[in-house]
Design a binder for this molecule. Structure first.
Ligand code: PGA
Length: 252
């Protein structure tokens, strides 16, 4: 089945408002008929970037959300707040949230639930540490992250789910997983979805790869059978690199 590719840029904790305006003005012209393009600026830049990109093909998404709708949660942002500024998709479970902010599978499943209850879309991130791969535990880790994070959902909820496989050791390190490692894991993930939710869902859900995707490796990675695009960190902060990556996806 042909699935539309996604290229999503995760800006992480980069770009102040002026830098964001500047980057957005360069990204505005990107259009690629065969690709869903997304960018995830920080919370302080969401409203402005979304307004600036209103008439473009780029969808502005959030890097995270809190699982409660409102209340005494100092410093947090809810699905309702995101929707109120036109942001309809959030990344959930990025390895940096898991690692530096102690986000457990339980918290992440609550975040997923909140997004789904609010009809938002989720890019749910999973990925193993290098030590887990070296101990040959990577399939088990990925399976448990999926089981605990999203496999409690109803089949219909999968219309709102995108999965991003990001081996932690490949994020920001310049060390990309090999094509064989990527395809093998993406196929494993798709098969798990198939056994839990059936072939229609497994064939339609989009699975992105993340971890040091750059203009020079994007095409090879995106052309793998079970890879439906990428979640891009470092290279999304540079307009020409990001455009090149979008172009690579568009040509497939
Ligand atoms: P990277 O980050 O492209 O800088 O490796 C990917 C990510 O964290 O999503």
């Amino acid at each position: 089945m042909k699935r539309k590719k996604i290229v999503a840029g995760n800006w992480k904790m980069n770009m102040n408002i002026d830098e964001s305006k500047n980057l957005v003005s360069q990204l505005k012209e990107i259009s690629a008929a065969n690709v869903d393009i997304k960018i995830a600026p920080s919370f302080t830049n969401l409203y402005l970037t979304n307004s600036l990109l209103e008439s473009s093909k780029i969808d502005v998404i959030s890097q995270d959300l809190h699982h409660e709708q409102s209340g005494a949660y100092t410093g947090e942002i809810s699905a309702d707040m995101l929707l109120s500024i036109g942001v309809k998709t959030s990344i959930v479970g990025h390895s940096e949230r898991r690692k530096y902010f102690n986000e457990s599978d339980i918290i992440l499943s609550k975040k997923v639930n909140s997004a789904i209850q609010n009809s938002m879309n989720v890019i749910f991130c999973i990925g193993e540490e290098l030590s887990e791969r070296n101990n040959n535990n990577h399939f088990e880790i990925i399976k448990s992250q999926l089981l605990n994070g999203i496999f409690h959902l109803e089949v219909s909820n999968f219309q709102n789910i995108i999965i991003a496989y990001e081996p932690v050791w490949a994020i920001g390190t310049g060390m990309t997983a090999s094509s064989d490692q990527i395809q093998e894991m993406h196929e494993f993930i798709r098969n798990l979805i198939k056994s839990n939710y059936g072939i229609e869902t497994s064939e339609s859900v989009r699975i992105l790869y993340g971890g040091s995707v750059k203009p020079n490796n994007a095409k090879e990675i995106f052309s793998l059978e079970d890879v439906d695009g990428g979640l891009i960190g470092g290279a999304s902060l540079n307009a020409s690199d990001f455009s090149e990556i979008v172009k690579a996806a568009n040509e497939l």
